[in-house]
Design a protein around this ligand. Structure first.
Ligand code: GDP
Ligand code: IMO
Ligand code: MG
Length: 407
């Protein structure tokens, strides 16, 4: 069975937590896109793990993890991350594999990424991890794949510095690089999780272009990025927060504004610890945007939702969600493509009474306060997708599962 976990907003929805939670019963976790621009956090009891490249199944000792074909991987960052895991008591040897079709991020790309972004009229606010440069070189057919590292002759011209960099990682990569297509054909009766990075709204095609990342971060990337066909995917779980966040620039119609919303942005950022896992940048915060969530559900075939950070609203008297946009006096119900519309649209807000109760130890849906369930039910009816997982805290144990995914 093949289950995709995709971010349904602009990233940082809690994908790492949800993948880790579901990985308990999975054989394999395969990450399908992006690179070290991602930061996926897993909290198990007192231990916190921050992953950038390694799939979030790694914490369970028996799980095989794979870095898929559409990923862009800096071998230095990968080896450093694996060393950190080893130091934290996670043994990884023999169960971490890399698709031979994945592309390498070479040392100079990160600097080029930062230079290129700061030279833009309006910078995107990239993570500076060389992601856009690597995907651009791939599209330009000038990239280096992990398979190429082991060819006796490189087909792409590289300078001596890059060649020396590759030489220094060849032996440590040797036992990890494999043909993911062949591997996947042996996974037919296994439980496989496909871990997305970024989110639908940061996808190159479906997202808020050009304020997006450069990989295929929507659910359809799961097939391309792992060497299977789209009909082999059995379900898509869309992860989203009870509110919305975004790092970097770009339109954000439901963003909290001081003149309208007082210090809500600051309050949510502090209660939710909304600072980037990769860059430490404060995340922009806003109301839950149901217009974009419904768009994400539709374009990414999301058939189950995983709602996270519901606990962040525990102390609020009132909670609002964006149910439409107002632009030039008319209401818009569908997520627009135009940046001009997205940037000047005003959110149409619906208000819900707060539950004013600590829900962080609720273990079942029925034990949630009625007002919290009303908020969840509204989201379900607006998107027409059930919220099958509800997260009430960062810890693995703070998760409410409303259905079994592996049957
Ligand atoms: P990802 O990129 O989608 O994996 O998300 P990140 O790990 O970048 O950011 C999510 C942050 O929220 C992490 O610090 C998580 O530990 C934390 N988190 C996840 N789920 C919850 C939740 O339900 N409640 C709270 N308060 N924090 C959560
Ligand atoms: P996870 O997997 C949040 C954003 C950057 C920037 C834009 C382009 O943790 O959800 P890039 O370096 O990819 O060229 O930057 O995309 N971005 C993310 N925002 N979470 C992420 O990953 C992100 N990966 C990229 O902030 O706005
Ligand atoms: Mg993140």
């Amino acid at each position: 069975m093949n289950l995709v976990i995709v971010g349904a907003q602009w990233g940082d929805e809690g994908k790492g937590k949800i993948v880790d939670y579901l990985a308990r019963d999975a054989d394999t976790v395969i990450r399908y896109s992006g690179g070290a621009n991602a930061g996926h956090t897993i909290v198990v009891d007192d231990a916190t793990y921050k992953l950038h490249l390694v799939p979030s199944g790694i914490i369970y000792p028996g799980t095989t993890v794979v870095l898929g074909s559409s990923m862009v991987i800096d071998p230095q960052s990968l080896m450093e991350e694996l060393s950190r895991l080893e130091a934290a008591g996670i043994s990884w040897k023999g169960r971490v594999f890399i698709s031979d079709r994945a592309h390498l991020v070479l040392p100079g790309y990160k600097e080029r990424d930062r230079e290129k972004d700061s030279a833009r009229k309006t910078p995107l606010g990239t993570t500076g991890r060389g992601i856009g440069i690597t995907y651009a070189l791939k599209a330009f057919r000038e990239g280096v794949r992990f398979a190429d590292v082991f060819d006796s002759e490189m087909f792409i011209d590289l300078d001596e510095k890059d060649k020396a960099f590759i030489d220094s990682y060849r032996s440590s990569l040797k036992s990890m690089v494999f043909d993911v297509t062949a591997f996947m054909s042996g996974q037919k009766n296994k439980r496989v999780l496909f871990e997305g990075a970024q989110g639908v709204l940061l996808d190159l095609d479906c997202g808020t272009y050009p304020y997006v990342s450069s990989g295929c971060s929507s659910s359809f990337g799961a097939a391309a990025g792992t060497g299977i066909g789209p009909r082999d995917l059995d379900g898509v779980i869309g992860v989203f927060k009870a509110y919305t966040t975004r790092v970097g620039n770009g339109p954000f119609p439901s963003e909290f504004r001081e003149d309208r919303d007082g210090n809500l942005g600051h309050t949510i950022r502090e209660i939710g610890h909304e600072y980037g896992t990769t860059t430490g940048r404060p995340r922009r915060c806003g109301y839950l945007d149901l217009v974009s969530l419904r768009y994400a559900c539709r374009t990414a075939s999301i058939d189950s939702l995983a709602l996270t950070h519901l606990d962040v609203y525990d102390t609020f008297d009132e909670i609002k969600a964006c149910v439409g946009y107002r632009y030039k006096g008319r209401e818009i119900a569908d997520f627009p493509t135009s940046n001009e519309v997205l940037s000047s649209a005003e959110p149409v807000l619906k208000s819900f009474p707060g539950w004013k109760q600590d829900i962080s130890s609720c273990g079942t849906y029925d034990s949630l306060p009625e007002r919290a369930r009303t908020y969840v039910s509204f989201i379900e009816s607006f998107t027409a997708v059930p919220a099958d997982i509800i997260s009430v805290g960062s810890n693995r144990s703070q998760t409410i599962l409303r259905k079994s995914f592996w049957s």
